[in-house]
Design a protein. Structure first.
Length: 94
């Protein structure tokens, strides 16, 4: 049975197409990710002496992983700060 909340799209990365089944609301985000990866590939090709596509894609994965880790840290700090503020507010209201 086909899930009506999902769509099948093809995303091209590094000259290859990949079929992806995704929730309808995620299609635009996937296309932005594709564009971001394409920009990274272009950057590595133009600014570094890396020519092997597997090496370029590995560098993209490392860069994206670092972005995720940095965002996790920012989120943790934000949650910590918000928790402290909520605790302070709770004490004031008690």
């Amino acid at each position: 049975m086909k899930d009506i909340n999902k769509i099948n799209i093809k995303i091209e990365v590094a000259g290859r197409q990949y079929p992806i089944s995704t929730p309808r609301g995620d299609e635009e985000a996937l296309r932005r990710v594709r564009d971001e990866i394409g920009g990274m590939i272009k950057n590595y090709r133009e600014n570094y002496e890396v020519r092997d596509m597997q090496d370029i894609l590995a560098l993209c994965v490392i860069q994206l992983g670092m972005n995720v880790e940095k965002q996790k840290k920012r989120n943790e700090e934000l949650i910590k700060n918000m928790t402290e503020k909520l605790n302070n507010l709770s004490e004031i209201l008690s």
